[in-house]
Design a binder for this molecule. Structure first.
Ligand code: NIG
Ligand code: FE
Length: 424
């Protein structure tokens, strides 16, 4: 049993508690409502939040008065407490960084040119296929620990660098094994449809069949994945193939999400019948899809680390989407090709400077709306009694400093399901 935990004297506690009775992801002006308590405290028992309020009120609690000695008490004087980040889009199952692609891009080649020449995703496959599962597990745990050190307490983790039945299941097992050795929460996603591997080039339908009739059924039966993702774009899978894959996913009881609009536009309306949890990237989007998205609980997840790392001049039009009422989230897209960062504060900083999201909007997008993007908002993403004790403490006086001090890590503590880790 995790010992009770009391954090006191925080200059700001960002509760992210809903300002209105509306249930659902935060939209429009609600995305700026952080529910801030000054000189705040949070009490957690048994891995759950039991109360949040001012330090003065917390210390008057009769249970606390009686049990104070049993409680781990941490003085957060002058610091900011917020819900642990929910990083709803990561690809942590890879062996090596892609340094040659990095250099080629610096010399002027584009992501698509590098991929067409055999670099990109396909160049990460061999190492994952031949790796021992324990090697992958160790890599993933190292990433999870580093994420926690930056304030992330829930991670969505995709397979997608094996692209054979065996190596995709091995990748999902490695995610499961890493998750069982890390106190945070891990949501596994099958991304068997990341790219068509070269053995199937020119006959992608054969590969899609393997995804639909082998990978999805086995991942579902063995409870190795909660979501199925597809990279739906030019050079990857067509809208028709993506729908075929979504069909199979839903038939096997798995929820769906997709990489959409990273390189080119795909019409989203035909996908709504699958109730996708999230469309990620969203650099390209047809105007006609905006009202539909605004009415749905499908979250548009931005991953500006990818735009930054690919040296792009353009970023998704976050303002247009937020101001139209679309629910948006932010994630790192941690991966070796387009976004080798696991820092949510870095993603937030890029969203402020390049996408004109306000610091408050980036906090909500990285916490409560990330939780909605993973269909976990009943447990994660805000500091409210009854939710999981997932917290991050930043050594800053004001929450706006979290995206402001870009490239530096000011996280000093995370609690994951009530278990405390102090990166520094
Ligand atoms: O989200 N776009 C597809 N997947 C990743 C890139 C993966 C890679 O290049 O290794 C992304 O950007
Ligand atoms: Fe991705």
């Amino acid at each position: 049993m995790t010992p009770p935990l009391l954090l006191v004297n925080a200059r700001q506690v960002l509760t992210l508690a809903a300002a209105s009775a509306k249930n659902g992801p935060r939209r429009g002006p609600d995305l700026r409502e952080l529910g801030i308590i000054e000189n705040g405290a949070v009490l957690c028992i048994g891995g759950k939040i039991v109360s949040v309020g001012t330090t003065k009120d917390a210390l008057r609690d009769p249970w606390l008065k009686k049990n104070r000695k049993k409680v781990t008490e941490i003085d957060c004087g002058g610091k900011v407490i917020l819900p642990g980040f929910v990083d709803s889009h990561t690809h942590p199952v890879f062996v090596s960084p892609r340094l040659v692609d990095f250099e080629k891009r610096i010399e002027g080649a584009s992501y698509e040119q590098i991929a067409a020449a055999g670099g990109g995703i396909r160049s990460s496959l061999e190492a994952v296929r031949s790796a021992a599962k324990a090697t992958l597990t160790d890599k993933i745990i190292a990433a999870f620990r580093d994420m926690a050190a930056h304030g992330t307490t829930t991670v969505e983790a995709k397979s997608g660098y094996g692209l054979t039945l065996e190596s995709e299941l091995k990748s999902l097992e490695a995610i499961r094994d890493a998750g069982s050795r890390w106190p945070g929460t891990v949501i596994p996603t099958l991304l068997g449809a990341h790219v068509v591997p070269k053995e199937f080039q020119g006959c992608s339908q054969k590969y899609v069949e393997i995804v639909c009739t082998e990978m999805i059924p086995q991942a579902a039966r063995r409870k190795l994945a909660q979501f199925v993702d597809v990279f739906c774009d030019k050079g990857a899978f067509t809208a028709e193939e993506a729908q075929q894959i979504f069909e199979a996913a839903r038939a096997h009881g798995l929820n769906v999400r997709a990489h959409m609009g990273q390189l080119s536009e795909t019409l989203l309306a035909p996908f709504q019948r699958f109730d996708p949890a999230s469309f990620d990237h969203m650099d390209h989007l047809n105007e006609s899809d905006i009202p539909m998205l605004a009415k749905s609980d499908t979250v548009a997840t931005f991953v500006p680390g990818a735009n930054y790392f690919l040296g792009m001049k353009t970023y998704p039009d976050a303002r247009r989407l937020i101001d139209s009422g679309v629910a948006v989230a932010l994630a790192t897209d941690y991966n070796p090709g387009t976004s080798p960062t696991l820092s949510m504060p870095m993603a937030m900083s890029l969203a402020c400077t390049h996408m004109k999201m306000s610091p408050a909007e980036t906090i909500a997008a990285a916490t409560i709306n990330g939780a909605w993007a993973l269909r976990l908002a009943d447990r994660k993403g805000s500091i409210e009694a009854g939710k999981d004790a997932d917290l991050a403490v930043f050594d800053t006086e004001d929450y706006r400093e979290i995206p402001y001090w870009f490239g530096a890590n000011h996280c000093t503590l995370t609690a994951m399901n009530g278990i405390v880790e102090m990166p520094r």
